[in-house]
Design a protein around this ligand. Sequence first.
Ligand SMILES: Cc1cc2nc3c(=O)[nH]c(=O)nc-3n(C[C@H](O)[C@H](O)[C@H](O)COP(=O)(O)OP(=O)(O)OC[C@H]3O[C@@H](n4cnc5c(N)ncnc54)[C@H](O)[C@@H]3O)c2cc1C
Length: 340
Amino acid sequence: MNIRSDIPLAPYTTFMIGGPADFFCVVSSEEELVAMIRRAHDGKLPVFILGKGSNILVADEGFRGIVIKNEIRGMEFGSEDNGVVCVTVGAGETWDDLVAETVRRNLHGIENLAAIPGTVGAAPVQNIGAYGVEIASTLVSVRVLDTTTLAYVEFSNKECQFAYRDSRFKHEKGRYVIVQVTLRLVKGGKTDIGYKDLKDFFTGKNESPGIKEVRDAVIGIRGNKLPDWKRIGTAGSFFKNPIISKNQFEKLSAQYPGLPGYPTKDAQLIKVPLGWILDNICEAKGLRMGPVGTYEKQALVIVAQPGSSAAAVINFQNELIRRVKERTGIQVEREVEWVG
Ligand SMILES: Cc1cc2nc3c(=O)[nH]c(=O)nc-3n(C[C@H](O)[C@H](O)[C@H](O)COP(=O)(O)OP(=O)(O)OC[C@H]3O[C@@H](n4cnc5c(N)ncnc54)[C@H](O)[C@@H]3O)c2cc1C
């Protein structure tokens, strides 16, 4: 294991922003991970576990501690049992490679989550979701290193405490490092095209598309709506969609007709699309402050030009938070994690 010092983090993030980590290393096995955490404990160094850096914003000052980049790989498909196939995947695998492989095998479950950047290990952290599906709906278990005991343990789906863009791994930040994820997929299973964009895409063309057709549609829709993160600095949706009371929703929709609202598991709570609020209420579509702005096709996405700083992103974030609060009373919450 090669521990390097003073390593700029910007190239390891999709925002392409951020100062240096004091120490940086890559781990590719469970043994290396334990050894590295032990060394960090011995040196009293804060640890940050890095995947592909697609959901973080690193401070301009960088990170005073050790960044451990997880590259533990492997993808093992179990045998089919009554149409069900389980796959166990190393945390360092690329999420979209996994989606592609499951689709190639005609396995249903995660095709709606195509083209989300990032690693398999980070996917349960914020319970990635898109087009009406979350990883929580297929996840069987995760294998994690408990950094307080240095023992490997397994958590069931329930023990992960999944919620909208949330899990126990966010609440017990830094305690667990995910090394493996097991998903349950269904051979040739029925696809889910209930989400509006997908429904619109298939209506009149194909009412029961196959798994590959859904993946291709998702890739196409995302390509039209989201910036190309390989070229433009971004971490996708910068904020979570707010979940507000039914009462507050009714008041806001009387004030702003057309405000969409989506039911949640709790009948008293409604999820509202923040992109719509930013576009239609906060005049934030295409808003710019210097090198940072909202993406012209989706105001929920913040984009930053090369050479911009974390400070400029935070400045812009604060302006959006202020506008939303002032005009709707909603306090928005960041989805992207601050590292510094
Ligand atoms: C253009 C674009 C579109 C996006 N679209 C979506 C979308 O549709 N839906 C969605 O949910 N997200 C989306 N995202 C956000 C992001 O891709 C996901 O959150 C992804 O899962 C992050 O993976 P990562 O490997 O890059 O994690 P990182 O950004 O490296 O890390 C994110 C967090 O996970 C932790 N972490 C990483 N690996 C591990 C591990 N092995 N064990 C424990 N903790 C770990 C990190 O410490 C950090 O707290 C998008 C991002 C971009 C840039």
